[in-house]
Design a protein around this ligand. Structure first.
Ligand code: ADP
Ligand code: MG
Length: 231
């Protein structure tokens, strides 16, 4: 579904992505782990066209979308939930969702979203700033879904959330996948990634250096942590 091939991205003179190869198969949850500063956010920004790559391919169902403008990437079926959520504090829950709506949703209608996120239905008239961290994350996901994406890019959704809320987030991610959304999950929370992902990958210094199924990952987790993830 989504395949990154030999992707290079620079910020000015800094060479950040140094030949990223990654395959996110249709209908799967693919996790990308890695220490701070290795290029995870740059990877999703590059896919979205927010920071265009200097070379390499981003194949979406075989079509190379590298360098496309963000709105075009979105229209092609990719949605992005940024790190830190970035919801609008002064807009209501419903207004925040509508911001992500380009045309009336066919798959993720407002009613379906509010059924998926009952706490957002309860708080639909509240302003963004009045929500808990978990509710803000669900809102950021709802805002991305309203564009009916085929692929959802989640950048560290568990950041700052309590363990119970992280588990809830995990079931939402799995539910979305069952409903046909392909997911690239950027995470620092190995436990969440291990619990939900069909494949786990690790990025080090702008390259994907490791990939495994959860079964294999579990047997190698300590070594992977020590080698690639420990600070
Ligand atoms: N806008 C920017 N301009 C210059 N350098 C940046 C910018 N954003 C990120 N970087 C640098 O790119 C590297 C990768 O950052 P990032 O992709 O945010 O890492 P991660 O998400 O894995 O923590 C870091 O060294 C960071 O300092
Ligand atoms: Mg990041």
């Amino acid at each position: 579904m989504l395949r990154l091939h030999a992707l290079n991205t620079h910020y000015g003179p800094s060479h950040i992505l140094q030949g990223v190869d990654l395959h996110v198969p249709a209908g799967r949850i693919c996790a990308l782990l890695g220490r701070n500063g290795v290029g995870k956010t740059t990877t999703v920004r590059t896919i979205m066209g927010l920071t265009p790559p200097t070379s390499g391919q981003i194949l979406l169902d075989g079509q190379d979308i590298a360098g496309w403008a963000p709105h075009k990437v979105a229209r092609a079926g990719v949605a992005y939930v940024p790190e830190g959520r970035l919801i609008f504090p002064d807009l209501s829950v419903l207004e925040n969702i509508r911001v992500g709506e380009r045309k009336p949703a066919k798959i993720w209608t407002l009613d379906r979203l509010l059924t998926l996120f009952p706490s957002l239905r309860e708080r639909s008239g509240n302003r963004g700033w009045q929500l808990s961290g978990g509710e803000q994350q669900m809102l950021a996901i709802a805002r991305a879904l309203v564009s009916d994406p085929r692929v959802l890019l989640l950048d560290e959704p568990s950041q700052g959330l309590a363990p119970m809320v992280v588990r809830e987030l995990g079931s939402v991610i799995q539910r979305l996948c069952l409903e046909g959304v392909t997911i690239l999950l950027i995470e620092q929370n190995m436990k969440l990634a291990e619990a939900v992902a069909d494949e786990l990958h690790v990025m080090v210094k702008g390259r994907v250096v490791y990939g495994a199924s959860p079964d294999i990952f579990r047997t190698e987790a300590d070594a992977v942590r020590a080698r690639y993830l420990a600070i």
